[in-house]
Ligand binder design. Structure first.
Ligand SMILES: Nc1ncnc2c1ncn2[C@@H]1O[C@H](COP(=O)(O)OP(=O)(O)OP(=O)(O)O)[C@@H](O)[C@H]1O
Ligand SMILES: [Mg+2]
Length: 708
């Protein structure tokens, strides 16, 4: 039900409330008034005409004409002017009637009510006020004039005329009231529809609000709300449960605090300023924030946006784990890429080095034979020595390449890494110079490892020389060992590893150097004769020994190489202190040399013959077997290459043993142990001669094989 004020406002709307569409309503109302007034005036003329004076009749006639004129004016599109003229005319008529008929003794005064009511209906409250004021002033004026006797003398009014006027007024009032009531009814009906509509809108609004609230409450994304309360003062106004869960702390107690108070970890970052600007100027901002304070830490994906001027919302997700996983994946991919690259380069280098090795062996072997055949004062001796010197340098390079490509022949044994490190460190001291301090920190609980000690010495030496180069004005090199357990699958004992680290206090490496350091021929010391093979050799040896190597370094912060080597089972063996320096022993036995490479075959035979042995030669396993059957004399030793087309060394030795059960066997190869294992040869140094070999080594191994 509309309230009283609403009804009053419907009856007396202000002009603003009436709006443009109300001029039609005004015209309609005016039509009704004009019709009513015309009818009443006409009735008045008919009923009271005979009693009226000439002046009054004229006035009434003029009034009828005026009513007609006003009706025309309203139709022509000036309803407002017509309404003003109508009310003004009515007022004038009443006032003149009162004046002429001797003041308020006539009931014509009641017609003022029509003026007031008309003004109310046509012009609203303001119209009523103006009309009331005008009526009041006119009434007082007439009353004063009456008292002072200024009114023209007039006969006392006729009671019936007065009654007619009164009745007419009453009728007009009743008519207007009826009309107003009808209007009011219509308005109320409209209002009811409007109220219903509003109620429906409110219900929908309430539903949508509760929908929005439940989205915010149950959203898996964290949501924080902020309001700008004064310049620079951005206040947290709310947080949803996901926000509390993600940050791991209830935000309730922090509501009402500024962003810097609620999130101290954001103070000093660009975030509060960006939020404030967003709040004030609008727009949205998507970013990733790595945050930490006493209560929460992590990486969050954040989407901030203005919700209304001066207000904003921040939606966020915890992406810490995702970022860590991505970072880990990136690292692993990088590692894989690096190892694939090293593998490819290694294969290439190994292939070249292996072929070179054979060529060098021929050059060096024949060089040596030539040198031995020359007189001490032969002028050609110097030339031969140059050839030998150059080939030895080439052989060193090839050895490094082989080490990198893990194709080096390893003489592995179980050793004590601590002893190896302290011996090498002692040996290195003079090499490193006075300015470099060498520190060793050895873990007494360190397990033994299965490596080629000479190779590990080489590793330590290369790392130490690099460290020295990185500390031109001195510093410290620290060799450290530690026993580390490596987690093993459930149910198995954790594997033990020996960790060896070599740390220096030198100038360190930048990103690019670090990325390429282990690659062969990568060097930053090109000017001072660096070959770039030091670290690649280290890398190859560690890999071949079943270990891993990692590098940590930053410019100005030194470098640290960490090597992990698997611990060996079983007791250690005493370290070989190098081959005996005695002259290589000779002999007179018969050796069958089986080698597919003719130059090497010839060289080996020539070397053996120069030591007094008799030689038989074969270019393949099959040929060797035939020879073994055909040869009438003894064959004491089979010296066979491991890798040959057709019948390979180990298979040959088995068949050979059937024909010559008493012959000894010595294998030779330029391949590394893992390749030999593939050809069925165990990793036993005693029956094995690594290529390239010198005449001395060949003689010694042949002797050992024959005597063993
Ligand atoms: N301890 C270190 N500190 C700083 N940089 C190093 C260190 N070790 C190696 N490097 C960098 O890695 C590069 C490659 O080292 P690597 O030992 O393979 O070759 P090199 O030392 O340059 O040459 P060569 O070993 O033949 O003398 C070096 O040129 C140097 O830039
Ligand atoms: Mg080096």
């Amino acid at each position: 039900m509309p309230t009283l004020t609403e009804r009053a406002r419907l009856l007396f709307p202000s002009r603003a409330e009436q709006g443009e569409g109300d001029s039609a309503r005004l015209a309609r109302l005016l039509d009704a008034f004009l019709l009513l007034s015309g009818a009443v005036t006409a009735a008045f003329l008919v009923v009271a005409g005979s009693h009226l004076g000439a002046g009054t009749r004229l006035l009434t006639g003029v009034m009828l004409a005026a009513l007609l004129g006003i009706a025309v004016l309203a139709r022509r599109g000036w309803p407002r002017l017509a309404a003003i003229l109508y009310l003004g005319g009515l007022w004038l008529f009443v006032t003149l009637s009162l004046w002429l008929s001797g003041g308020f003794r006539t009931p014509a005064a009641s017609a003022y009510t029509v003026v007031a009511l008309g003004a109310a209906l046509l012009f609203g409250v303001r119209g009523t006020a103006v009309a009331t004021a005008v009526i009041l002033i006119s009434s007082v004026g007439i009353a004063v004039a009456d008292v002072r006797g200024w009114l023209p003398a007039s006969p006392p009014p006729s009671t019936s005329a007065a009654l007619a006027v009164f009745l007419a007024s009453l009728l007009s009032i009743v008519g207007m009231a009826l009309y107003a009531t009808a209007e009011l009814r219509r308005a109320i009906a409209g209002l009811r529809v409007e109220v219903e509509e509003r109620r429906a809108i409110e219900t929908r609004l309430r539903e949508s609000e509760s929908g929005v609230r439940s989205i915010v409450e149950s959203s898996p994304m964290g949501i924080h709300l902020y309001r700008l309360e004064g310049p620079g003062c951005l206040v947290l106004t709310g947080s949803n449960p996901a926000g509390d869960r993600i940050l791991g702390t209830p935000m309730g107690p922090l509501v009402g605090r500024t962003i810097e108070e609620a999130f101290p970890g954001l103070a000093g970052t660009e975030v509060p300023d960006r939020y404030r600007r967003l709040c004030a100027e609008g727009g949205s901002w998507r970013t990733e924030i790595t945050y930490s304070d006493d209560r929460s830490r992590g990486t969050y994906e954040v989407h901030a946006f203005q919700t209304a001027p001066g207000m904003m919302a921040v939606m966020f997700l915890d992406v810490t784990v995702r970022r860590q996983t991505e970072e880990e994946r990136r690292r692993l991919e990088e590692q894989l890429r690096q190892s694939q690259k090293m593998e490819a380069v290694g294969r290439l280098a190994g292939g070249i080095a292996h072929d070179f090795n054979n060529l060098l062996m021929v050059i060096m072997g024949h060089g040596e034979l030539l040198r031995r055949s020359l007189d001490a004062n032969d002028p050609r001796l110097r030339k031969v020595q140059h050839v030998m010197g150059a080939s030895e340098r080439a052989a060193r390079l090839v050895r490094q390449l082989l080490a990198f490509s893990r194709k080096q022949v390893m003489a592995s044994q179980v050793v004590d890494l601590n002893a190896l490190v302290s011996d090498t460190a002692r040996m290195l001291r003079p090499l490193l110079g006075e300015d470099v301090k060498v520190v060793t920190r050895l873990d007494p609980a360190l397990g033994r490892i299965h490596v080629d000690p000479a190779q590990i010495e080489q590793v330590l030496m290369n790392l130490a020389v690099n460290a020295r180069d990185a500390m031109p004005s001195g510093g410290t090199i620290t060799f450290e060992t530690a026993d580390v357990g490596v987690p093993a699958p459930a149910g198995m004992a954790p594997a033990r590893q020996a960790a060896l680290s070599v740390r220096d206090t030198g100038h360190g490496m930048d990103e690019k150097t670090r990325a390429h350091a282990f690659e062969p021929f990568f060097t930053t010391k090109a000017g001072s004769g660096g070959t770039g093979l030091g670290l690649s050799t280290v890398y190859g040896i560690v890999q071949q020994s079943g270990g891993q190597i990692a590098l940590e370094s930053a410019p100005g912060r030194g470098s640290c190489f960490r090597i992990l080597l698997p611990c060996a089972e079983g007791p250690g063996e005493p370290r070989e202190t190098g081959p005996a320096a005695a002259a290589p022993p000779a002999g007179g036995e018969t050796v069958l040399v089986v080698e597919d490479e003719p130059a090497i075959r010839a060289l080996a035979c020539e070397m053996l013959e120069s030591h007094g042995y008799l030689t038989l030669r074969a270019g393949s396993g099959e040929e060797a077997l035939g020879l073994a059957v055909r040869h009438s004399g003894p064959i004491d030793l089979l010296l066979a290459d491991v890798v040959m087309p057709g019948l390979a060394g180990p298979a040959l030795s088995e068949r050979f043993a059937v024909v010559r059960p008493h012959a000894r066997v010595l294998f030779m190869s330029g391949y590394a142990a893992d390749d030999l294992a593939r050809h069925g040869l165990s990793d036993d140094a005693a029956q094995f001669l690594p290529k390239p070999f010198t005449q001395d080594l060949l003689a010694r191994r042949v002797r050992e094989a024959l005597d063993g």
